[in-house]
Ligand binder design. Structure first.
Ligand SMILES: [Zn+2]
Ligand SMILES: [Zn+2]
Length: 302
């Protein structure tokens, strides 16, 4: 397997590691200390570890920070935490999904669009990281990264966080927004830079999601790097402010009329009933989904 998977420096001491259609980030100066932000799809830990070793050698990170626990962000967290012997940190409200207490709400493929279509094949199970995982410090500090703070940006998931470095206004937004249009097949295929809404089929609270986008726009980032897409560093603040000025709630979908309900420390308490699914056949969908996924994986593996 190639050791080069197209890493890129998106801001000072911030390296993007693309893992198929999702990004992990190596954050911290050469020589450390450093932190791994998100970990990529399950079974791709070797890619992420090699990218880390290319930059930091055998110096382990101070911690693994998860913007949230979806499979494409937390997929390698346990393997890498064990490899390096470091903790996994996430927002307190995300812990039920990382400690085996709750699965995420079911994904909703019904709003339409590329990522919604593909979501049929994605898992929504939580993880059970046991003693490896703990809550981020309540004061907004990010252990190992004194220049950074975490910002609670719920909506995509209840404990979603973004990371912000005030000094140069670099923002790691996780899935609070995307920087490629995941609703468009062309957007998915080309990965063109565009401020775009949070991955739709996994958003379980749209009011909270819109509010989180406004919170991020208020930070006026100069670099916007998200979980999906390439970083935006040209007019990022103006583009995000313009994006935040309107709601990105889909026209239809399971979580559109009302959100999923979450409880402290327990995860999902209640979900709305499934919405009508207008996709004609799952057979056709399965074929198309498999083709697209294999394309994305091969592209990243090149
Ligand atoms: Zn997500
Ligand atoms: Zn994601």
């Amino acid at each position: 397997m190639s050791t080069s998977i197209g890493t890129s420096l998106v801001a000072r001491d911030v390296v993007r590691v693309p893992v198929a259609f999702v990004n992990a980030y190596l954050v911290g100066p050469l020589g450390g200390p450093w932190v791994l932000v998100d970990t990529g799809l399950p079974t791709t830990s070797t890619w992420v570890r090699r990218a880390a070793e290319a930059r930091y050698g055998t110096t382990p990170p101070e911690a693994i920070v998860l913007t949230h626990g979806h499979f494409d962000h937390a997929g390698n967290a346990a393997v890498l935490a064990d490899h390096w012997g470091v903790p996994i940190l996430a927002h307190e409200a995300e812990l039920p999904f990382l400690t085996g207490r709750s699965d995420y709400p079911p994904q909703d493929p019904t709003p339409g669009g590329a990522i919604a279509f593909l979501s049929r094949f994605f898992p929504t199970a939580g993880y059970a990281f046991g003693g490896r995982v703990r809550a981020l410090p309540a004061d907004g500090a990010v252990p190992g990264l004194p220049d950074w703070r975490w910002v609670h940006t719920p909506g995509h998931t209840p404990g979603h966080v973004s990371l912000f470095r005030e000094a140069d206004r670099t923002l790691l937004a996780g899935d609070a927004v995307a920087t490629a249009d995941l609703d468009s097949w062309i957007g998915v295929a080309t990965n063109a830079r565009e401020v775009s809404r949070s991955p739709v089929p996994f958003v379980s609270d749209w009011d909270a999601t819109d509010a989180s986008v406004r919170r991020l726009a208020d930070l006026r980032p100069t670099t916007l790097a998200a979980g999906h897409g390439r970083a935006i560093d040209r007019d990022a603040a103006d583009r995000l402010v313009a994006f935040a000025a309107r709601s990105h709630r889909p026209e239809r979908g399971r979580y559109v009329p009302e959100p999923a309900v979450f409880g402290d420390e327990v995860g999902v308490v209640d979900v709305p009933p499934p919405a009508p699914d207008r996709t004609p056949t799952l057979v056709a969908g399965g074929t198309a989904g498999a083709v697209i996924l294999s394309h994305l994986l091969n592209r990243a593996r090149r």
